[in-house]
Design a protein around this ligand. Structure first.
Ligand code: NAD
Ligand code: UDP
Length: 323
């Protein structure tokens, strides 16, 4: 059945891939974005599709739209982006969730919320199952993002319990792929950009901290499965790739694949509250959604490197001040 679907943050890295998939399925897609961390080039190829519509709007302000489903992705996601204006980040998570849940309640739409593995903070349980309540510093530099996302989850479940809103909460673990912003400061984009430009590869700390990297196509499969799942599967559901790598291993893989002369250097101390390890327990997604990632890191890196080779870094700007 063709649905009217709103995607907030739809011009971003993940949002643009999601819009692409929903448009290809024939749905009537409204992409809402304020372009804080993205640019139109991410969705340029969709602008001529008759079932795609672009709205410049900020989720901290209410909006009324007649839709059947909402994917709420609007929020800066990279540490450099979300720490640029931390108060705005909190407003985006919290007021954005309130506005989208209010809309979902009013028009009886099903709402999907993009939460994050950051709700686990610097985890002392490894790998992280959904039942783990996390180890977040509420007053550190990452708190605007982590606590904003935790509060948004609370809002989702309170609207569900109090107003019977049909919700889906996904906890996304580090995801990479084409259309990552080349200056977002995230590890995959930094390392590939540095390797392609022949600059030093900047390890933070000694590179022994770990992350588990999911290729974007796998993640979007998980989103679509969760949205289509039976209504009792509210989540939260972890979606991510459980193959864990140290950041040094990632640097070595990128250098080997790009070639060139880049050296791996220890550029700075580990940033404050930087999680030392992260790996999803995806038992719930496997058993309830029949989902698991298919794209191995080497294959996903090759596709991402191809994308970065094809863009002009000078055409990308850093976040706009937006208070
Ligand atoms: P992104 O920065 O590329 O996309 C976010 C989009 O939201 C951008 O287009 C941005 O302009 C828009 N936006 C920001 N504030 C807004 C506002 N106030 N109003 C309207 N639009 C706004 O990041 P992404 O990686 O695509 O992340 C998408 C979502 O997934 C985010 O909610 C993020 O927290 C979550 N997530 C991503 C990852 C990951 O590894 N990529 C991991 C965990 C969670
Ligand atoms: N990192 C790094 N060099 C960089 C950028 C990041 O060593 O140029 C490290 C960072 O300190 C963290 C890991 O890579 O330990 C992942 O960082 P990212 O910002 O991509 O995501 P997050 O910390 O939110 O998982």
């Amino acid at each position: 059945m063709i649905k009217r679907i709103l995607v907030t943050g739809g011009a971003g890295f993940l949002g643009s891939h999601l819009c692409e998939r929903l448009v290809a399925q024939g749905h009537d897609v409204v992409c809402l974005d304020n372009f804080f961390t993205s640019q139109k080039s991410n969705i340029e190829h969709l602008l001529d599709c008759r079932n795609f519509e672009l709205l410049r709007h900020d989720v901290t302000q209410p909006i009324l739209l007649e839709v059947d489903e909402i994917y709420n992705l609007a929020c800066p996601a990279a540490p450099g982006h979300y720490q640029f204006n931390p108060i705005k980040t909190l407003k985006t998570s919290v007021l954005g969730a309130i506005n989208m849940l209010g809309l979902a309640k009013r028009v009886r739409a099903k709402i999907f919320h993009a939460s994050t593995s950051e709700v686990y903070g610097d985890p002392d349980v490894h790998p992280q199952p959904e039942s783990y309540r996390g180890n977040v510093n509420p007053i550190g530099p990452r708190a605007c993002y982590d606590e904003g996302k935790r509060c948004a989850e609370t809002l989702m479940f309170d609207y569900h319990r109090q107003n019977k809103v049909n919700i889906r909460v996904v906890r996304i673990f580090n995801t990479y792929g084409p259309r990552m912003h080349p200056y977002d400061g995230r590890v995959v984009s930094n390392f590939i950009r540095q390797a392609l430009s022949g600059e030093p590869i900047t390890l933070y700390g000694d590179g022994s901290q770990t992350r588990s990297f999911c290729y974007v196509d796998d993640l979007i499969d998980g989103f679509l499965k969760l949205m289509a799942a039976p209504d009792d599967l509210t989540g939260p559901v972890n979606i991510g790739n459980p193959h864990e790598f140290t950041i040094r291993e990632l640097a070595e893989k990128v250098v080997a694949r790009v070639g060139g002369a880049s050296r791996i250097v220890q550029a700075r101390e580990l940033p404050p509250d930087d999680p030392k390890q992260r790996k999803p327990d995806i038992t719930l997604a496997r058993t309830r959604l029949g989902w698991e990632p298919r794209v191995p890191l080497d294959q996903g890196l090759a596709k991402t490197i191809d994308y970065f080779r094809g863009i002009e870094f000078a055409k990308f700007r850093p976040p706009t001040p937006n208070f």
